[in-house]
Write a protein that binds this ligand. Structure first.
Ligand code: FES
Length: 107
């Protein structure tokens, strides 16, 4: 299975720029030749007031309140660098719930 970079595209995240963020991520992932990673839209992670939200799977890293300026750090993590702790602000119980859902194969 490919690694996934899921970018919420529901209303609240979209209103905060998640479509542009997803497009930029897609462009930069292709540019870097990261063939094992797919950037994919996601319906909603349930943290709508804290978006734009991005979840890396199967790594299970959640980035909230993502701005275009954060994409360098996120891409660095995707390419094998450090997690971006500053953007890891979501409550752990919600994270667990979503990760369990993803583990069932629901994308
Ligand atoms: S709208 Fe993005 S998490 Fe719900």
């Amino acid at each position: 299975m490919k690694r996934l970079c899921l970018v919420c595209q529901n209303v609240d995240c979209k209103n905060r720029g998640s479509e542009e963020i997803m497009n930029e991520l897609e462009r930069r992932v292709a540019e870097k030749g990261l063939a094992d990673l797919e950037v994919r839209p996601y319906m909603c992670f349930g943290a709508c007031q804290e978006g734009p939200n991005i979840v890396l799977y199967p790594e299970k890293s959640w980035y909230a309140g993502v701005k275009k300026e954060d994409l360098d750090d996120i891409l660095s993590h995707i390419s094998g660098g450090q997690e971006v702790k500053m953007l890891d602000t979501i409550d752990s119980s919600l994270k667990e719930l979503i990760y369990q859902l993803l583990d069932t194969g629901v994308f």
